[in-house]
Design a protein around this ligand. Sequence first.
Ligand code: TXA
Ligand code: MG
Length: 396
Amino acid sequence: METRIFSKKDIEEAAQILKAGGLVAFPTETVYGLGGNGLDKEAARKIYAAKGRPSDNPLILHVSKMEEVYPLVESVPEKAKRLMESFWPGPLTLILKKSKIVPLESTGGLDTVALRCPDNGVTLELIERAGLPVAGPSANLSGSPSPTEASHVYHDLAGRIEGILDDGAVGIGVESTILDMSTDRPTLLRPGAITLEDLTEVLGEKPEIDPTLLGKKMEDGFIPKAPGMKYRHYAPKAEMILFITSTVRKACDISFCSLEKKESERRESEDKTSEKKRSEDRISEGKEYEYKVSKRIEEYLEEESKGFPREKIAILCAEETKHFYQEMAEKEGIILKVLGRRDEPLSMTHNLFRILRECDEEGIELILSEGYSEEGIGFALMNRMKKAAGQKIIAV
Ligand code: TXA
Ligand code: MG
């Protein structure tokens, strides 16, 4: 099948394809989605096939306005309504009990449905013209980073879908926040650009957080409630290791697993002896621990070069810290990739998936990356980075 590239002027044609049961990728403010008729079992099957995705992984249904949610769900609780009014159109997906018209094929067999109203004018018009809820997982092949440009979609899905509606690069770059509103207490299943702080303000209470987002592991019996979060997502082909300082760790109160045992031992002894030191670290935040991370990365590279040295290595860092690495990178032929500005986490989410794709294209074998604060949208950033790293973290 030939995959056509559509622009704004072709929205009607793209809408007709959706109506006829075909697949069209569409832009949103988060990542590109792979659209099909959300009420059509066959379209759902086609979506799973095109992505190479397990069919137990439910799809998000995209609507163009809040009113379109009502026929798709049993009821809309007051709190969910408040969230929609506050954040839609925008990067928030809500899980509610589904109505009969939503096929189990779209929800991976669950009795709940994920709903979202994306903040992109072209796509809102597409949904409106199609007159359907548009099922849309991220438009990448299962297991590769979500697409933030139409060219990424083309790379992954050319020949597998009817068209791609191109509206340039997305803004946010990581997928929407998912909040489960089908349970007694709202539960965060995936962090995104609508932050915990945002949700808490509107709900008047802090949502529960799926334990797997806080470092609880599947091996220990903790299964993420969003089925898609259990797969090794967002993964580049290279091995990726994250270097995170205790200061950052403390800021987000997250439990870590460490790559090497000796690392965790080192940390333990440090934890016991250096309460004072840590508070000093916190005070000098911005300079001191960044330096520590860059030193540890340098050390790691030295150890690595004695073992099985890899040819193509990249360091992922921030604009503010790149000077720590420049000399070493030049000397050792290491590729420096600047993710964005530390003090503007949105610049980092915007670039992350594109840079991971770039690393694949350049044949990078090892990515050593700084870790960042998990406050605000940093929670989403670090969640995707940890997934990309397959949870390989070295505590510094
Ligand atoms: O930003 C986004 O949300 C993008 C754009 C295209 O809208 N979409 C997206 O879709 O990220 P996808 O399919 O890649 O991720 C949807 C996530 C998966 O982890 C899935 O398991 C979860 O939502 N999900 C969907 N329906 C669910 C449900 N009923 N209960 C729990 N989790 C659900
Ligand atoms: Mg996805």
